[in-house]
Design a protein around this ligand. Structure first.
Ligand code: MIG
Length: 851
């Protein structure tokens, strides 16, 4: 009481001062209406009403509405006054927001709330505290005691209790540490120079996973303003989050496994579209290839050196005076000719198209003239167009929160689309403004929300800033769809918000050519993936500076197992293409790029899985092996089956212990079965066993690796069927030879294959090929079972080469079910692998391998 009285006095004084200055500085048009209140705390339930799908609560002035969107997802909306904030969202799909499930009301002396078949949601009456439990009564997520949700000066703070063993992941590609515990972060899209442990960064994904050894949940704060998250940096036993404005509207997504949480989050915010297959090939970029002869040289060299590759980029210097949607006529005199020639060499071209439009009126610069005529630019509080300096000099900025503006922006791609440019790159869309405060627009710059599903109104830059990048990306994606309705768009964005996965790829921005940045890349990509953004990559070799030869080689090795695989570097740095450090380094690099192309059937299948489920391509070990948390944060899985295990410091020369979950595991390169490991799940278990009087020696020694330049340790999970293809030089090329199915016996043995034409939407009409495989291993036999093939897409292969790993001798009897014919095999004694080539198997069928 005392504290709040004090606050009332102090806060009122502060508010009066701020109010005063706001009046002088032209008050932002949509400061939330609760700004007029000094401080509101949710102390006690004063009234409650059960709803069919949740509960509506009053806490004095404040309102709290909790609804069950699914049995395992609850939405919490809170307002400091009688009116809940507008029910609209840039991130959450309308279908997901409007669908709810029926609940069973709870009301007793202590609490009100409801139950779903998976959750027990209670709001304790006094002190008011939201506690979400599973049906067994375990607390999943609970407000921290003594720290009520509070509103102050238009912003709010929420505190949740934080058990000692809770770890945090997500928030997009924040640098620093993999685990977010004990760290604090700000979400405010920012163009930072060379990044280190920099915060904030380019993206704002206010979603995180909280994981304990046997449970996890996700929390998504759907608030576009400047938000912050503090996972125990300031408090020991509570984490807090909040915003300086906008709605308090958050979702609790129950697991219990991390995979379920990520799928639940994808249910809310969407999944990545199926990308064109070429976007998964090797991409070569630089700031900038210019003039045109440089682009041709790079293309020719890639082909001459037999570096498989699919994509070349044009960075800002292809433009006339850095003006978006122009081409410099001197340096690129025949642009459509260049695009066509590259196409003949099987290259797709991606060009940069920044959002800033040069402020040049009536001089024939169509983007400005048409944009101005349609009133498409962001404004100053006085109604004039906001002008800020970026690459073209003074520039204006499309108002992407208007549907009309996005349509106009999309139309700007017409010429490039006609010229045959394959994809587009949206950079600088934090938005970055060289001469603006905080390197962006002033906070009172005026945007307009003219958008289905939203109340039509103006909004300050403080509210819109964090979604500019995503709406820019969306405008590009939708525009391309309209211009080329049967081609899957490829859009690469730097800034984005929660839900940005629906519109394209992203990369981690301006890293540096250092070993530390190679290390950082893994945890950044993993955290992006857990934040719903699957199609991700980092600048291979580092953007700022020039990599040492070994560093570029290692980076190319690692990148082969990342979703997007793009070599990119800044202007003025040394050349960074695959061949620049001589034939020996190039040979190693080529081997990894070759491997990438051999693995495309597996990787493309993962991309299709992501488009259906939202599961990321690169995953931390604990996503596939819940409870397995003590693995090095340098390790990651590509899909469920491939484990990439570099040393925790990538330049370390020392031997190191690789940590892998219960196996068996096989060496991807040699095929050999790995020795048994400590059978986890973790150090805690080991410690417990030891404390129960057993000795540590019962656990096998960890497997030690001697790092070498030419080998990136990659292991295959026993229990996998991995589809691979013969080497091609680009995804345009039809592989020649059998499909390879590598069978690695082990528990829950499975695999699948998805294929289609790689670039159109015909798969939606059934023109795809899907097949799943399982395998069974017995003492002296392995059976590979083919599932029935779905879809009408015709395979490129006529035969299948099945490779059974872990096969101990050359003696084998191999038959297809229903046939007595003994099939011819070959045996690779070094790899312990049995090979057999069979005609294509389209229907249900078993291949029996016996001794
Ligand atoms: O201010 O377009 O992150 O990838 O090469 C630099 C030039 C602008 C930043 C991007 C980088 C790109 C560069 N851009």
């Amino acid at each position: 009481m005392k504290r709040s009285t004090l606050c009332l006095t102090v806060c009122l004084a502060v508010f009066a001062a701020i109010h005063q200055s706001n009046l002088q500085a032209a008050q932002p048009p949509n400061r939330p209406n609760n700004a007029s209140q000094a401080r509101v705390e949710l102390d006690a339930v004063t009234d409650a009403r059960a709803l069919p799908d949740g509960i509506q609560i009053r806490a004095g002035e404040a309102q709290l509405r909790i609804t069950a969107l699914r049995e395992d997802i609850v939405r919490v909306r809170v307002s400091p006054n009688a009116q809940l904030p507008e029910d609209a969202s840039w991130a959450v799909l309308p279908e997901a927001r409007t669908k709810t499930v029926a609940v069973q009301a709870i009301s007793d002396a202590a609490a009100v709330g409801f139950r779903t078949p998976k959750l027990d949601v209670r709001v304790e009456r006094k002190p008011l505290r939201l506690v979400v439990r599973d049906t067994a009564g375990h607390v999943i997520c609970a407000d921290a005691l003594g720290r009520p949700t509070a509103f102050k000066l238009g912003g709010f703070t929420v505190a949740k209790q934080m058990p000692d063993d809770e770890q945090f992941y997500g928030l997009g590609d924040k640098t620093g540490l993999f685990n977010r515990r004990d760290q604090a972060y700000t979400l405010w899209n920012t163009d930072v120079g060379p990044q280190e442990a920099t915060d904030p960064l380019y993206k704002s994904i206010p979603f995180f996973l909280a994981i304990t050894h046997d449970r996890s949940y996700g929390l998504f704060l759907d608030n576009t303003w400047r938000t912050w998250f503090d996972f125990g940096k300031t408090a020991r036993d509570a984490y807090t989050f909040g915003s300086e404005g906008g709605p308090l509207d958050y979702y609790v997504i129950y697991g219990p496994t991390p995979k379920q949480v990520v799928e639940g989050y994808a249910y809310l915010t969407g999944k990545p579209p199926l990308p064109p297959m070429w976007a998964l090939g090797f991409q070569q970029s630089r700031y900038s290839y210019s003039p045109e002869s440089q682009v041709r040289d790079v293309a020719n060299r890639l082909r001459a050196d037999k570096i498989p590759s699919d994509v070349l980029y044009l960075d800002i210097d292809y433009q006339y005076r850095n003006r978006p949607f122009t081409v410099d006529p001197d340096r690129f005199p025949n642009f459509p000719g260049l695009v066509a020639d590259l196409k003949k060499q099987h290259f797709h071209l991606v060009t940069i198209t920044d959002l800033h439009i040069a402020h040049i009126a009536n001089q024939g610069y169509m983007p400005y003239d048409t944009g101005h005529a349609g009133d498409n630019f962001v404004k100053n509080p006085d109604g004039s167009e906001f002008v800020g300096v970026v690459w073209p000099g003074p520039a204006v900025f499309p108002d992407f929160t208007r549907e009309k503006t996005r349509a106009w922006w999309g139309g700007l791609y017409k010429q490039f689309a006609q010229d045959g440019v394959s994809g587009f790159w949206n950079d600088m869309n934090e938005p970055s403004v060289f001469d603006g405060p905080g390197k962006t627009m002033p906070l009172d710059t005026v945007h307009r929300i003219e958008e289905p599903g939203f109340r039509t109104r103006t909004a300050t830059h403080a509210e819109i800033h964090n979604i500019v990048g995503m709406e820019n990306e969306r405008a590009t994606y939708d525009g391309l769809l309209k211009l080329r309705p049967d081609e899957r768009p490829f859009v690469l964005t730097r800034a984005t918000y929660a839900g940005g996965q629906r519109f394209g790829f992203t990369w981690t921005g301006d890293n540096s050519s250092t070993w530390n940045h190679l290390r950082l890349a893994t945890q950044m990509l993993l955290n992006l993936g857990m934040s719903g953004i699957s199609m991700v990559g980092d600048d291979i070799g580092g953007f700022n500076g020039s990599p040492q030869p070994d560093l570029l080689t290692k980076w190319i090795e690692m990148g082969a197992f990342n979703p997007m695989y793009r070599d990119h570097s800044t202007i003025g740095s040394l050349p960074q293409e695959v061949w620049v450090h001589g034939p020996q380094q190039e040979a190693i690099r080529r081997r990894y790029i070759d491997t990438r192309y051999r693995l495309l059937p597996y990787i493309y299948t993962l991309a299709e899985e992501a488009s259906r489920t939202g599961l990321p391509l690169v995953r931390p070990l604990f996503m596939e092996f819940p409870g397995y948390y003590d693995s090095a944060d340098s390790e990651f899985l590509l899909g469920r089956s491939l484990l990439v295990a570099p040393p925790s410091l990538p330049d370390m020369l020392d031997d190191y212990a690789v940590s892998y979950p219960p196996g068996p595991w096989y060496d991807f390169w040699t095929g050999e079965k790995m020795p048994a490991q400590r059978t986890g799940p973790n150090i805690v278990q080991v410690a417990e066993t030891v404390s129960q009087g057993q000795s540590l020696s019962q656990f096998p020694e960890p497997y030690t690796i001697h790092p070498t330049l030419e080998t990136l340790p990659v292991y295959v999970r026993g229990g996998s069927v991995i589809p691979m293809q013969p080497l091609v030089q680009s995804t345009d090329e039809t592989p020649n030879g059998p499909l390879e199915l590598r069978v690695y016996p082990g528990p829950q043995c499975e695999g699948s294959l998805y294929l289609d034409d790689g670039h159109t939407f015909r798969y939606k009409q059934g023109e795809y090929l899907r097949q799943s495989f399982t395998c069974r291993a017995e003492a002296k036999a392995v059976t590979l079972a083919f599932g029935a093939r779905e879809g009408s897409y015709a395979p490129w292969w006529k035969s299948i080469e099945v490779v059974v790993y872990g096969w101990q001798s050359e003696h084998a009897e191999v038959k297809l079910s229903g046939s007595t014919e003994a099939l011819k095999t070959t045996y690779d004694a070094k790899a312990h692998a049995l090979h057999v080539v069979i005609p294509d198997v389209a229907g249900k069928q078993e291949l029996q391998v016996g001794r």
